[in-house]
Design a protein. Structure first.
Length: 249
């Protein structure tokens, strides 16, 4: 499913966009916004694959909004003014819908979005094959990993990862002094790629034990504001890790 956000300052136009998204089987509607500023907040919190956005809006127009994004989703512009078409393609929009447009027009634009989305997903870097003997944790030849997020591949220092949070089919990688990275990957795959200082403490959390402030009976304390639960089935692995590091009675 392509996670989609629709943006238009006109309520009826926004309602139409949302309804059209609901009629396309491979699109799923994540949110509806009446301003680019509202959309920016959602994109910061959620994984958004595609946006359908009006160009003429107050505060910040759609074109400038897309240009302001460091890693914009796949974009389809909607507007009543045909002179914006060329500008739309200058920012690498997947398509351009001239108002008023029909469901058939929208479906054609959605197909272009899907083609681009499929191409980007196919460009994901595969995990390299390994002929090395299976070990408890895989060996790494350096201290970095590459994570696929928002249609780009980002290099991350493993030491900067505080913890990994599972969110359905997505992961949220929490970093030291940086915005979290949201990516499509399973917890199992991530767990296999991280060194032994990372411990699975819950079905939804993998923790960098080098970043842990305190361990209590039922939770991990990362800092004054971050407490993570310890799942019963993961206590043995956590206890085993602590046993190697523990001093005291």
């Amino acid at each position: 499913m392509i996670r989609t956000l629709v943006i238009d300052d006109e309520p009826l136009a926004l309602q139409q966009l949302a309804a059209y998204v609901g009629k396309i089987p491979y699109l799923t509607l994540v949110g509806e916004c009446q301003s680019a500023l509202e959309a920016r907040d959602i994109i910061a919190r959620e994984q958004i694959d595609a946006i359908f956005i009006d160009i003429n809006m107050p505060d910040l127009n759609g074109m400038d909004f897309v240009r302001s994004l460091a890693a914009p989703p796949i974009v389809v512009f909607t507007t009543a003014y045909s002179e914006y078409a060329i500008d739309g393609y200058k920012v690498d929009a997947a398509d351009y819908l001239l108002k008023p447009f029909s469901l058939d027009d929208f479906r054609k634009a959605a197909q272009r979005v899907k083609r681009r989305y499929d191409m980007e997903m196919a460009a994901d870097l595969p995990l390299p094959p390994t002929d090395a003997p299976t070990e408890e944790k895989p060996l790494h030849d350096d201290d970095t990993i590459f994570l696929k997020t928002e249609h780009r591949v980002v290099r991350v220092n493993i030491a900067d990862i505080r913890y990994v949070e599972g969110m359905s089919e997505y992961l949220k990688v929490h970093l030291e002094n940086e915005r979290p990275i949201i990516m499509l990957l399973s917890m199992k795959k991530m767990e296999e790629r991280l060194p032994s200082s990372f411990v699975r403490i819950h079905r939804s959390y993998i923790v960098n034990m080098k970043k842990v402030k305190e361990v209590t009976k039922n939770r991990i304390v990362m800092d004054a504001d971050t407490y993570l639960p310890i799942g019963d089935i993961y206590k043995e692995a956590l206890t085993s890790y602590l046993a190697d590091k523990y001093l005291g009675r």
